[in-house]
Design a protein around this ligand. Sequence first.
Ligand SMILES: *[C@@H]1O[C@H](CO)[C@@H](O)[C@H](O)[C@H]1NC(C)=O
Ligand SMILES: *[C@@H]1O[C@H](CO)[C@@H](O)[C@H](O)[C@H]1NC(C)=O
Ligand SMILES: *[C@@H]1O[C@H](CO)[C@@H](O)[C@H](O)[C@H]1NC(C)=O
Ligand SMILES: *[C@@H]1O[C@H](CO)[C@@H](O)[C@H](O)[C@H]1NC(C)=O
Ligand SMILES: *[C@@H]1O[C@H](CO)[C@@H](O)[C@H](O)[C@H]1NC(C)=O
Ligand SMILES: *[C@@H]1O[C@H](CO)[C@@H](O)[C@H](O)[C@H]1NC(C)=O
Length: 415
Amino acid sequence: MRMTTLSLLSILPFIGSALGGTACKPGATTAASVIGVGAVATDGSAGVTAATEPTGNSINPDSGLPSTAASTTAGGISAVATDAASSTGAGSASVPVNTPAAPSVIPSTLELKEPSKKECGCGYNVSAFGGFYMPYRFAFDFSTVEDKDFTGPDDLLEYGFRINKGHHVGGPSSTGTSETGESEPINQCLGDPSSVSFNNGSLLLTMKANQVLSGEMKCPEVIHNNSTLYGIFQSEIQLTDTPGTCQAMWLNHTDSAAWGDELDIEVIGGAILSPNAQKTPPGLYSSNWDPMGDPNFPLDSTKLPHTFGKDGNKQPDPFPSDPTGDFQKFAIAWLPGDYSPRYYNGKEIGSPKQYNAIHPQELSINNWSNGSPGWSAGPPTQDSKMRVRSVLFYYRTEEQQDLIQGCKLEDICEV
Ligand SMILES: *[C@@H]1O[C@H](CO)[C@@H](O)[C@H](O)[C@H]1NC(C)=O
Ligand SMILES: *[C@@H]1O[C@H](CO)[C@@H](O)[C@H](O)[C@H]1NC(C)=O
Ligand SMILES: *[C@@H]1O[C@H](CO)[C@@H](O)[C@H](O)[C@H]1NC(C)=O
Ligand SMILES: *[C@@H]1O[C@H](CO)[C@@H](O)[C@H](O)[C@H]1NC(C)=O
Ligand SMILES: *[C@@H]1O[C@H](CO)[C@@H](O)[C@H](O)[C@H]1NC(C)=O
Ligand SMILES: *[C@@H]1O[C@H](CO)[C@@H](O)[C@H](O)[C@H]1NC(C)=O
């Protein structure tokens, strides 16, 4: 297969400088709480009972559920992954020492039920994964919002997301030097808030038509503004088969200096149900990037390797239905252990068991091009319009792997 999967690569510091410093960090947002209409971002503070018993700081290895201190003195696995984000550079970065237990069950079909209780400040027992504990939930339904255009990176913060402005979206097409040593252009997209809008009951991510292939094309990307450490991330998305973009829901590490760690679901416009003009095989691409990969060499597969497809077979999974006519559910279940399955409409799709993510990650959704013929191709000659109707995330954070302090097992909501 002739494929150059330049997909969602971490930016090279030297690409940033080659572009005259156009790349900038996306994280510079102002603090605000989630107050969006209908935005549910349970923060663990509601409905928590007073701390009357010892906090369970261990994960029961059998169920993944937090267990009480008493029941885990013997055999309890300490869920510590505390130092992953304190790194400062690829050379000096520290890595998580202990990982929590993987779930007892990896289902081939994923159904996330409505919470069993009204107040869920003590977190969730995700029954699909044998009762895997997630302290937080974030849900938003874009069908409840009025049409609106955006102009700035903070315009979606009240709904829980940053909008990428000026930082690269997806990967660059080149390092700037060809295989034969000639200099060549670095084509890429930069985040553009005006390519994001609320439209007809969905979040619309448009890569605008007729852009000139360059290092400063404009593309949409939204990023859930919460650093997570494991989670189940599901979105209802309507894709487009307009050729010339890569449409992705993916997790990117939050350490800007050190890691190439990513978990992706990507789809190439024009290669949804059948190959595109460039003969890219059609379907759903689930890829994992080496969590210890060196982001200074994003185009060098020996320094920043990745894998995709079922057991890393480097094959996309065919779509079982047309994802362009209506909204479909896409999910990434990022779990401790070797395997983070992806789901399409609740059915497991071929996903790799190598390079599972280990550093804190943020969920992003984007629609981009770098003109690379073996991958995104493009840029598109027609507006490429991707729509997101809703998102539903259950997640842990670096700080909160275990049962929320002051909570009892019976306070947990089942989903
Ligand atoms: C967004 O994240 C930044 C840090 O990453 C934080 O300072 C800010 O409070 C967050 N905003 C919201 C709305 O959560
Ligand atoms: C969590 O879910 C599992 C599987 O559905 C169930 O067996 C268990 O009783 C639940 N535990 C709690 C505390 O809700
Ligand atoms: C981010 O996580 C914190 C808890 O760590 C929570 O209070 C907040 O609501 C979350 N925000 C979103 C957008 O999920
Ligand atoms: C608006 O959304 C509705 C419901 O999803 C859909 O039936 C209709 O075709 C959409 N209209 C346009 C102009 O996209
Ligand atoms: C992933 O996030 C880091 C910041 O933590 C950023 O430097 C990097 O460019 C992002 N990767 C991509 C492919 O957008
Ligand atoms: C991505 O952009 C293309 C070109 O504007 C559009 O046709 C497509 O619908 C967009 N995809 C998503 C998922 O927003």
